[in-house]
Design a protein around this ligand. Sequence first.
Ligand SMILES: [Zn+2]
Length: 241
Amino acid sequence: MLRPVRRIHHGRTSPEQKNRYDKNEIKVFISHRESKCDECGEELGRQAWITLEENKGALCLACADLDELVFLPTGDAALTRRSKKNSTISAVVLKFSGARRRYERQGLLVEENALEQAEAECLSDSEVGERRNERARERRAEFDEEYVREFAKRIIQLFPKCPEGREKTIAEHDCLKYSGRVGRSAAAKSFADEAVTLAVAAHVRHRETNYDGLLAKGWARSDARSEVRNRVDAVLEKWGD
Ligand SMILES: [Zn+2]
């Protein structure tokens, strides 16, 4: 049985509570049975990466707002430590070992720029380049070029003042999010205004507000979303006209 993740739920946390964050660090489980996301309803299959929320069940990483993070497997302690330190939000990835009857740490989910910074600090230039190329290759393999192009075009139509290049970042992220999911081809055909706006709002929340910092402090998603809602709306309005 997976146990629910304990998170601090109420309001701002006091400095005394700060040293408790590690115990409350966000946990991602590699499921060992069939899973379904309780929020979006997506069938995730076996070996899915999920989080558990109190009063909900399993959540996919997209619904848990952790899908912008990249995975760093365990193995290099210095790189792990630096990446975590550089990252506003991170999550430990655990997998159940049947033989040892306990969860074992597989690695860490961190922000990509935090990982890149840590790599630059810990590794040789050639290793840094190699790792960067490898991530780009993996990503490209999952891209649907037409989807990205069309989605980016819709973003520009709805948010003409969106800073240059962001439309591509948002469209690529959306494409990866639905990679391997049945919904992607259907979504690609319509690109409903609402879906585009949701994708842009999610990007704004992560990049233009302290939302990730609040999650990292243990805020519940709903509280953190309410906290940054006005700021998100203001940015969307600015980009929109
Ligand atoms: Zn979901």
